[in-house]
Design a protein around this ligand. Structure first.
Ligand SMILES: [Zn+2]
Length: 254
């Protein structure tokens, strides 16, 4: 059996049984990212959400045959009013995480830009990768703004995530990892295959597959299905191994 790492899940929204079932497809590790589904009324809501991910999730899922690696960050859709207290807390505990995330831009407001800058500075200071969300709407324009911030901070040890045909040419030549989210509403196997032929085969060390499994209705098995689709299409097995396991393993040191 080939092994897989899912570099982007929100495990707090999924059941023990989901991960147990996924383990039988060859999934060995997941990176569990922070995201709160409403705007937190204060910093402690997010801080407790981070504690949930760091302190409780690896223990809860330890019997599921899958290792959970925590990542914490302020998502642009859930910035609390006193976000500075969240940053202070992150500074103290982020060494227990494999990444800062999920961060990024949704509408690219000044507030979102400032929150992204602060967290990229923290990633840089701690030498941790950042996992950066690109939105569904205005994906191209907002991705360009994210790239501006990366240049401003001078930090590229990041995954730019949920990349598709709308923005891939913007990030293809940057020194970053590119996250391809194989999920019903994001990237279907046919489009993934096109991206693999056009971009991945020539530069397979750069790409990482993931699912964004979380609170939205999802195809639980979209990762093994997409990988199997690539196999059947004849994609080189070393390329598949890099994008489904090895690149995530080196980036997150897991
Ligand atoms: Zn996500």
């Amino acid at each position: 059996m080939a092994f897989m790492i899912d570099s982007h899940v929100h495990s707090v929204f999924r059941s023990f049984e989901d991960f147990e079932a996924l383990s039988f497809t060859g999934l060995t590790d997941v990176v569990s990212l922070a995201f709160y589904p409403v705007i937190p009324s204060g910093s402690t809501t997010l801080i407790d959400h981070f504690r949930h991910i760091i302190e409780a999730e690896p223990v809860r899922l330890s019997g599921s045959y899958i290792r959970v690696h925590p990542a914490i960050g302020v998502h642009p859709r859930c910035i609390p009013p006193d976000v500075q207290s969240v940053f202070k807390y992150m500074k103290k505990v982020v060494d227990n995480c494999v990444a800062v995330g999920e961060v990024g831009l949704e509408l690219a407001t000044n507030m979102e830009l400032e929150v992204l800058r602060e967290q990229l500075k923290l990633s840089k200071e701690k030498d941790l990768p950042a996992i950066i969300h690109t939105p569904r709407k205005e994906k191209r324009i907002i991705t360009a703004k994210i790239i501006d911030v990366l240049r401003e901070i001078g930090y590229f040890n990041v995954v730019i995530d949920h990349v598709n045909f709308e923005n891939i040419d913007l990030v293809a030549d940057l020194d970053v990892y590119i996250g391809l989210t194989v999920q019903r509403s994001k990237l279907n196997p046919e489009d993934l295959f096109k991206i693999v032929e056009e971009y991945v085969i020539s530069n397979p060390e750069k790409f990482i597959l993931n699912t964004d499994l979380g609170r939205d209705p999802s195809d639980l098995f979209s990762l093994p299905k997409s990988i199997q689709f690539l196999r059947v299409k004849g994609v080189d097995k070393d390329v598949i191994r890099l994008i489904s396991e090895k690149n995530a393993s080196s980036l997150f040191r897991i």
